[in-house]
Design a protein around this ligand. Structure first.
Ligand code: URA
Length: 227
């Protein structure tokens, strides 16, 4: 009678060693997936912004998104929730997309810098712009996100995002709303940051800034066509 062979046992999984991350360093993602990057970025200490921040705010959206939006850095609401563009600027962004019939869920949305930089003003945490060394430290994560998603179109919201993609000579107010093309063929559109719209003082200025923001984004409906 034939004896039934017992199947070989799968090799025992060795628990992954938790390596202490030192200041100036970041954990390596276990693979190239966004999930692995997001996990590793939680422990990022490449610049000092990790200390006062509540958490790393990594990008969100489908790995196969064709359009990738880049903002500047998380704000107060994003720092607390762990998600990009959920505060007042995010609400304005959502409103503009909805008005154009564009579905945010189809897009990958991230920031050039993944920790909230702020200063206390009384009981309020006020946004402070990340400096060049903080932007440079965080660039690694943006590059990894771009490499994983490989979008056809990048939309930069604000000057910090635009310069991180188009270089330091890019002049947002002169070149907003005009398609640019990267060396690898990726189409890039830059517009103002939604906070710029919110910061306009009078109703008239705010409405005009919003209308121009929506007009810039409406170019997405032409899918990055040249010209
Ligand atoms: N501003 C940004 O640039 N990004 C956010 O996620 C929120 C506000």
């Amino acid at each position: 009678m034939a004896t039934r062979k017992t199947p070989p046992k799968p090799p025992a999984k060795r628990p992954r060693k938790r390596v202490a991350v030192r200041d100036g360093e970041a954990p390596e993602p276990v693979d190239d997936s966004l999930a692995a990057m997001r996990e590793a970025a939680k422990g990022c200490k490449r610049c000092p912004l990790w200390k006062p921040a509540t958490q790393t705010v990594f990008g969100e959206g489908p790995e196969d998104a064709r359009v990738l939006f880049i903002g500047e850095q998380p704000g107060d609401a994003e720092d607390l929730s762990g998600q990009p563009f959920v505060g007042p600027a995010g609400k304005l962004f959502d409103r503009a997309l909805a008005e154009l019939g564009l579905d945010r869920a189809a897009f990958y949305v991230t920031n050039a810098v993944k920790h909230f930089k702020y200063e206390w003003r009384g009981k309020v945490r006020l946004h402070k712009s990340p400096d060049a060394s903080e932007r440079a430290a965080c660039r690694l994560w943006l590059e990894r996100e771009l490499a994983a998603v490989k979008p056809d179109i990048i939309v930069c919201l604000g000057a910090i995002a635009a310069r991180s993609v188009l270089g330091s000579k890019f002049r947002l107010m002169a070149q907003r709303g005009a398609w640019q093309t990267l060396a690898d063929g990726t189409r890039v559109l830059a517009t103002v940051h939604p906070s710029f719209v919110l910061r306009q003082r009078g109703d008239e200025d705010r409405h005009a800034a919003y209308a121009q923001f929506v007009a810039d984004l409406s170019l997405l409906k032409r899918k990055g066509r040249k010209g």
